[in-house]
Design a protein around this ligand. Structure first.
Ligand code: PGA
Length: 251
Protein backbone atom coordinates (compact mmCIF):
# COMPACT_ATOMS: atom_id res chain seq x y z
CA UNK A 1 0.00 0.00 0.00
CA UNK A 2 1.54 3.29 -1.11
CA UNK A 3 0.52 6.16 1.16
CA UNK A 4 -0.55 9.18 -0.93
CA UNK A 5 2.24 11.74 -0.87
CA UNK A 6 1.21 15.37 -1.33
CA UNK A 7 3.95 17.94 -1.51
CA UNK A 8 3.94 21.71 -1.85
CA UNK A 9 6.74 23.24 -3.89
CA UNK A 10 6.65 26.90 -2.98
CA UNK A 11 9.31 27.85 -5.54
CA UNK A 12 10.50 31.47 -5.00
CA UNK A 13 7.29 32.60 -3.31
CA UNK A 14 6.02 33.74 0.10
CA UNK A 15 7.73 35.77 2.79
CA UNK A 16 8.47 34.82 6.37
CA UNK A 17 5.07 35.87 7.71
CA UNK A 18 3.10 34.17 4.94
CA UNK A 19 5.21 31.01 5.23
CA UNK A 20 4.65 30.73 8.98
CA UNK A 21 0.93 31.48 8.68
CA UNK A 22 0.58 28.80 6.03
CA UNK A 23 2.41 26.10 7.96
CA UNK A 24 0.57 26.99 11.15
CA UNK A 25 -2.74 26.31 9.41
CA UNK A 26 -1.31 23.25 7.73
CA UNK A 27 -0.04 21.82 10.99
CA UNK A 28 -3.42 22.22 12.62
CA UNK A 29 -5.27 20.75 9.65
CA UNK A 30 -3.05 17.69 9.30
CA UNK A 31 -2.96 16.99 13.03
CA UNK A 32 -1.82 13.41 13.50
CA UNK A 33 -3.20 12.10 10.20
CA UNK A 34 -1.40 9.14 8.70
CA UNK A 35 -3.65 8.52 5.68
CA UNK A 36 -1.59 10.99 3.64
CA UNK A 37 2.03 12.06 3.77
CA UNK A 38 2.49 15.81 3.47
CA UNK A 39 5.64 17.84 2.82
CA UNK A 40 6.47 21.45 2.06
CA UNK A 41 9.45 22.83 0.17
CA UNK A 42 10.12 26.43 1.21
CA UNK A 43 12.87 28.64 -0.20
CA UNK A 44 16.19 27.88 1.55
CA UNK A 45 16.03 30.92 3.82
CA UNK A 46 12.76 29.83 5.47
CA UNK A 47 13.49 26.12 5.92
CA UNK A 48 14.84 26.59 9.44
CA UNK A 49 11.84 28.47 10.77
CA UNK A 50 9.33 26.35 8.91
CA UNK A 51 10.92 23.17 10.28
CA UNK A 52 10.72 24.58 13.81
CA UNK A 53 7.11 25.55 13.29
CA UNK A 54 6.37 21.99 12.19
CA UNK A 55 8.38 20.19 14.88
CA UNK A 56 6.40 17.25 16.21
CA UNK A 57 3.97 17.38 13.25
CA UNK A 58 3.96 14.64 10.60
CA UNK A 59 4.30 17.36 7.94
CA UNK A 60 7.84 17.16 6.62
CA UNK A 61 10.08 19.88 5.28
CA UNK A 62 12.38 19.73 2.30
CA UNK A 63 14.55 21.87 0.05
CA UNK A 64 14.03 22.76 -3.60
CA UNK A 65 17.64 22.08 -4.54
CA UNK A 66 21.03 21.18 -3.07
CA UNK A 67 24.69 21.30 -4.07
CA UNK A 68 26.30 18.22 -5.61
CA UNK A 69 29.49 18.89 -3.64
CA UNK A 70 29.99 18.18 0.04
CA UNK A 71 31.42 21.56 1.14
CA UNK A 72 33.90 24.22 0.19
CA UNK A 73 34.34 27.02 -2.31
CA UNK A 74 30.96 26.89 -4.07
CA UNK A 75 29.62 30.42 -3.76
CA UNK A 76 25.87 30.60 -3.61
CA UNK A 77 25.35 26.88 -3.04
CA UNK A 78 23.83 25.07 -0.05
CA UNK A 79 25.05 21.65 1.05
CA UNK A 80 23.13 18.54 2.04
CA UNK A 81 24.51 18.63 5.58
CA UNK A 82 23.54 22.31 5.96
CA UNK A 83 20.02 21.48 4.81
CA UNK A 84 19.80 18.64 7.32
CA UNK A 85 21.21 20.92 9.98
CA UNK A 86 18.25 23.31 9.62
CA UNK A 87 15.62 20.57 9.53
CA UNK A 88 15.21 19.58 5.87
CA UNK A 89 14.60 15.87 5.35
CA UNK A 90 13.96 15.79 1.61
CA UNK A 91 15.17 17.51 -1.54
CA UNK A 92 13.46 18.06 -4.89
CA UNK A 93 15.88 17.41 -7.74
CA UNK A 94 15.64 17.71 -11.49
CA UNK A 95 12.71 20.11 -11.46
CA UNK A 96 12.04 21.37 -14.97
CA UNK A 97 12.80 24.94 -13.88
CA UNK A 98 16.26 23.81 -12.76
CA UNK A 99 16.72 21.86 -15.97
CA UNK A 100 15.43 24.47 -18.39
CA UNK A 101 16.21 27.84 -16.76
CA UNK A 102 19.50 26.87 -15.08
CA UNK A 103 20.68 24.24 -17.51
CA UNK A 104 20.93 21.32 -15.09
CA UNK A 105 21.64 18.14 -17.01
CA UNK A 106 20.98 14.58 -15.90
CA UNK A 107 24.60 14.10 -14.86
CA UNK A 108 24.41 16.96 -12.36
CA UNK A 109 21.00 15.86 -11.16
CA UNK A 110 22.49 12.41 -10.59
CA UNK A 111 25.44 13.75 -8.60
CA UNK A 112 23.01 15.73 -6.44
CA UNK A 113 20.81 12.67 -5.94
CA UNK A 114 23.74 10.55 -4.83
CA UNK A 115 25.03 13.28 -2.55
CA UNK A 116 21.57 13.77 -1.03
CA UNK A 117 20.97 10.07 -0.42
CA UNK A 118 24.47 9.56 1.00
CA UNK A 119 23.96 12.56 3.27
CA UNK A 120 20.63 11.39 4.60
CA UNK A 121 18.11 13.39 2.58
CA UNK A 122 15.22 11.70 0.82
CA UNK A 123 14.84 12.64 -2.84
CA UNK A 124 11.97 13.60 -5.10
CA UNK A 125 13.31 13.23 -8.64
CA UNK A 126 11.31 15.15 -11.25
CA UNK A 127 11.05 13.99 -14.84
CA UNK A 128 8.92 15.20 -17.70
CA UNK A 129 8.75 16.16 -21.34
CA UNK A 130 8.16 19.51 -23.03
CA UNK A 131 5.19 20.06 -25.32
CA UNK A 132 7.46 19.85 -28.33
CA UNK A 133 8.85 16.52 -27.15
CA UNK A 134 5.35 15.16 -26.53
CA UNK A 135 4.22 16.25 -29.99
CA UNK A 136 7.29 14.59 -31.45
CA UNK A 137 6.41 11.30 -29.78
CA UNK A 138 9.42 11.55 -27.49
CA UNK A 139 7.71 11.44 -24.10
CA UNK A 140 8.88 7.95 -23.16
CA UNK A 141 12.39 8.55 -24.42
CA UNK A 142 12.76 11.78 -22.44
CA UNK A 143 11.32 10.28 -19.28
CA UNK A 144 13.50 7.18 -19.64
CA UNK A 145 16.66 9.22 -20.16
CA UNK A 146 15.94 11.48 -17.19
CA UNK A 147 15.03 8.58 -14.92
CA UNK A 148 18.00 6.41 -15.86
CA UNK A 149 20.35 9.38 -15.81
CA UNK A 150 19.08 10.74 -12.51
CA UNK A 151 19.17 7.39 -10.73
CA UNK A 152 22.40 6.00 -12.19
CA UNK A 153 24.45 4.34 -9.47
CA UNK A 154 21.72 4.70 -6.83
CA UNK A 155 21.61 1.55 -4.70
CA UNK A 156 18.42 -0.51 -4.64
CA UNK A 157 18.39 -0.26 -0.84
CA UNK A 158 18.19 3.55 -1.11
CA UNK A 159 15.17 3.48 -3.37
CA UNK A 160 12.84 3.45 -0.36
CA UNK A 161 13.95 7.07 0.10
CA UNK A 162 13.24 8.08 -3.48
CA UNK A 163 10.01 9.40 -4.96
CA UNK A 164 9.52 10.13 -8.65
CA UNK A 165 7.50 13.14 -9.76
CA UNK A 166 6.19 13.03 -13.31
CA UNK A 167 5.82 16.67 -14.27
CA UNK A 168 5.07 17.33 -17.92
CA UNK A 169 6.67 20.72 -18.58
CA UNK A 170 3.63 21.87 -20.58
CA UNK A 171 1.47 21.42 -17.50
CA UNK A 172 3.64 23.30 -15.00
CA UNK A 173 2.17 26.66 -14.05
CA UNK A 174 0.05 26.73 -17.20
CA UNK A 175 -3.35 25.67 -15.88
CA UNK A 176 -3.26 22.86 -18.47
CA UNK A 177 -3.32 19.68 -16.43
CA UNK A 178 -2.53 16.26 -17.91
CA UNK A 179 -5.62 14.10 -18.24
CA UNK A 180 -5.82 11.12 -15.91
CA UNK A 181 -5.20 8.93 -18.97
CA UNK A 182 -2.08 10.87 -19.98
CA UNK A 183 -0.71 10.78 -16.45
CA UNK A 184 -1.60 7.12 -16.02
CA UNK A 185 0.23 6.13 -19.19
CA UNK A 186 3.49 7.78 -18.18
CA UNK A 187 3.25 6.68 -14.55
CA UNK A 188 2.80 3.06 -15.64
CA UNK A 189 5.78 3.47 -17.95
CA UNK A 190 7.91 4.87 -15.11
CA UNK A 191 6.91 1.97 -12.88
CA UNK A 192 7.98 -0.44 -15.57
CA UNK A 193 11.32 1.33 -15.88
CA UNK A 194 11.85 1.11 -12.11
CA UNK A 195 11.19 -2.59 -12.30
CA UNK A 196 13.85 -3.03 -14.97
CA UNK A 197 16.38 -0.72 -13.33
CA UNK A 198 15.94 -2.06 -9.80
CA UNK A 199 13.36 -4.72 -8.99
CA UNK A 200 9.62 -5.39 -9.08
CA UNK A 201 9.60 -4.75 -5.36
CA UNK A 202 11.08 -1.28 -5.86
CA UNK A 203 8.63 -0.62 -8.67
CA UNK A 204 5.71 -1.54 -6.44
CA UNK A 205 6.82 0.53 -3.45
CA UNK A 206 8.26 3.71 -4.96
CA UNK A 207 5.68 6.45 -5.12
CA UNK A 208 5.15 8.36 -8.33
CA UNK A 209 3.69 11.82 -7.90
CA UNK A 210 2.05 13.79 -10.66
CA UNK A 211 2.87 17.49 -10.94
CA UNK A 212 1.62 20.27 -13.19
CA UNK A 213 -1.42 22.47 -12.49
CA UNK A 214 -2.77 20.23 -9.74
CA UNK A 215 -5.68 21.87 -7.95
CA UNK A 216 -8.46 20.86 -5.59
CA UNK A 217 -10.75 20.55 -8.62
CA UNK A 218 -8.62 17.98 -10.47
CA UNK A 219 -6.67 16.12 -7.77
CA UNK A 220 -9.35 13.54 -7.06
CA UNK A 221 -9.54 12.23 -10.62
CA UNK A 222 -5.76 12.15 -10.89
CA UNK A 223 -5.42 10.30 -7.60
CA UNK A 224 -7.99 7.78 -8.81
CA UNK A 225 -5.45 6.55 -11.38
CA UNK A 226 -3.78 3.40 -10.05
CA UNK A 227 -0.20 4.48 -10.64
CA UNK A 228 -0.64 8.06 -9.40
CA UNK A 229 0.51 8.04 -5.78
CA UNK A 230 0.55 11.70 -4.96
CA UNK A 231 1.03 15.21 -6.25
CA UNK A 232 3.79 17.78 -6.38
CA UNK A 233 1.88 21.03 -6.21
CA UNK A 234 3.26 24.45 -7.09
CA UNK A 235 0.83 27.37 -7.36
CA UNK A 236 -1.94 25.69 -5.41
CA UNK A 237 0.36 25.01 -2.44
CA UNK A 238 0.83 28.67 -1.57
CA UNK A 239 -2.50 29.29 0.14
CA UNK A 240 -4.18 27.16 2.78
CA UNK A 241 -7.52 27.57 1.00
CA UNK A 242 -6.06 25.95 -2.11
CA UNK A 243 -3.74 23.38 -0.53
CA UNK A 244 -5.82 21.93 2.31
CA UNK A 245 -8.62 20.67 0.01
CA UNK A 246 -5.92 18.90 -2.04
CA UNK A 247 -4.85 17.00 1.09
CA UNK A 248 -8.49 16.05 1.62
CA UNK A 249 -8.99 14.70 -1.90
CA UNK A 250 -10.26 11.38 -0.57
CA UNK A 251 -12.79 12.84 1.86
P1 PGA B 1 2.23 24.05 -10.65
O1 PGA B 1 3.76 23.63 -10.43
O2 PGA B 1 1.40 23.23 -9.68
O3 PGA B 1 2.19 25.52 -10.32
O4 PGA B 1 1.89 23.76 -12.06
C1 PGA B 1 4.11 22.29 -10.18
C2 PGA B 1 5.60 22.16 -9.98
O5 PGA B 1 6.35 22.86 -10.67
O6 PGA B 1 6.07 21.36 -9.15
Amino acid sequence: MRTPYLAGNWKMNLDRRAALDLVGTLREHVGTRTDVEVAVFPPFVYIDEVARALAGSPVRVGAQNCCDEEKGAFTGEVSVSQLRDVGAEIVVLGHSERRHIYGEADELVNRKAQRALDGGLDVILCVGETLEERKGGLTEKVVRTQLQGGLAGVATRDMDRVTIAYEPVWAIGTGVVATPAQAGEVHAYVRGLLSGLFSTDVAQTVRIQYGGSVKASNVKELMAVGDVDGALVGGASLKADDFLPILDFAR
